[in-house]
Design a protein around this ligand. Structure first.
Ligand SMILES: [Zn+2]
Ligand SMILES: [Zn+2]
Length: 291
């Protein structure tokens, strides 16, 4: 059973095809008057096919893990993350490049945010792990996707949904003097945080604590996984920013575009307080099954 679950669709089709052909060959030669040696050869062939099970040539089935549910587009798992209908627990796999570890407070704040917004009666767990640098900074999002394929270990399993967060040792390669990207939610359960950029912002004079900036950005990106704004969670009112798709037009809301794009973040975060979702965003989440 485990072998069958591990098979991807493609390899399963080829496996079945090989099985049918070899069975036919075997039956044909077994019933024919062919020499006994031929029977032996096809018997061996059939055993080999059966023993090989399935190949792992499909990138989505490496190591016998079905990764397909975690390779979908942003916002498609919003209700799975918010409700307990399909998944009763959540596992966050937080991977950071050595030297870019998020502060423990950031993790505590994230778990608090998730408990406040989601129904996961069997709990939310966070595992952290250091990895070596990819040496690819500054990053284009395709490089971030490649790093995930190499580093991510946790995928949805049973009634547990898995989310991957990568703290990168560099910045986004599209950053310029007027716009910098602090983080990005790029698939249904995948987030990148540009650790080096966060360090630079937090080192500015009068900047908020590093953990306050980290928390605001991580929670903001999680808001995108929750389908905000209008990214898989339907709008209950017109509050999407006309100039920045996927963001809330309310200044001071966690889902305002300035959170992701650094610029106004330092001004928005006062007294080291993490930004919160405004009522419009909360209503959207609640209508999609969240708290
Ligand atoms: Zn955003
Ligand atoms: Zn909002």
């Amino acid at each position: 059973m485990i072998i069958w679950q591990a098979c991807s669709m493609n390899s399963r089709v080829w496996y079945n095809f090989g099985l049918i052909i070899s069975t036919f060959c075997y039956l044909y030669f077994f019933n024919s008057t062919s020499p006994p040696n031929m029977k032996k050869i096809f018997k061996l062939f059939l055993i080999l096919i059966l023993a090989s099970g399935c190949s792992t040539d499909d990138p989505n089935s490496g190591n016998g893990i079905d990764k397909s549910a975690n390779l979908k587009s942003l916002g498609t798992s919003a209700s799975d993350l918010l409700t307990d209908a399909k998944f009763t627990s959540m596992k966050i796999e937080l991977v950071y490049v050595t030297g870019f570890e998020p502060s423990p407070k950031t993790i505590t704040n994230l778990v608090e945010f998730l408990n406040a917004r989601t129904y996961k009666p069997d709990g939310i767990t966070v595992t952290t792990r250091a990895v070596t640098s990819s040496g690819k900074a500054p990053f284009d999002i395709n490089e971030i996707v490649k790093i995930e394929a190499e580093e991510r270990l946790s995928y949805n399993a049973g009634d547990e949904i898995a989310v991957y967060i990568y703290f990168a040792d560099g910045s986004n390669d599209k950053d310029n003097s007027t716009k910098i990207v602090l983080g990005s939610a790029y698939r249904n359960t995948s987030i990148v945080i540009y650790g080096k950029t966060i360090n630079n912002v937090s080192n500015r004079i009068n900047a908020p604590d590093k953990s306050t900036i980290e928390s605001t950005v991580v929670n903001h990106e999680f808001g995108h996984l929750f389908g905000l704004v209008n990214l898989g969670t339907p709008l209950q009112s017109a509050h999407e920013d006309d100039e920045s798709a996927g963001h809330c037009e309310v200044s001071g809301c966690l889902m305002n575009a300035n959170v992701q794009f650094g610029g106004g973040l330092v001004d928005m975060v006062d007294n080291n307080t993490i930004l919160q979702l405004d009522n419009f965003c909360l209503q959207d989440l609640q209508a999609n099954g969240g708290k």
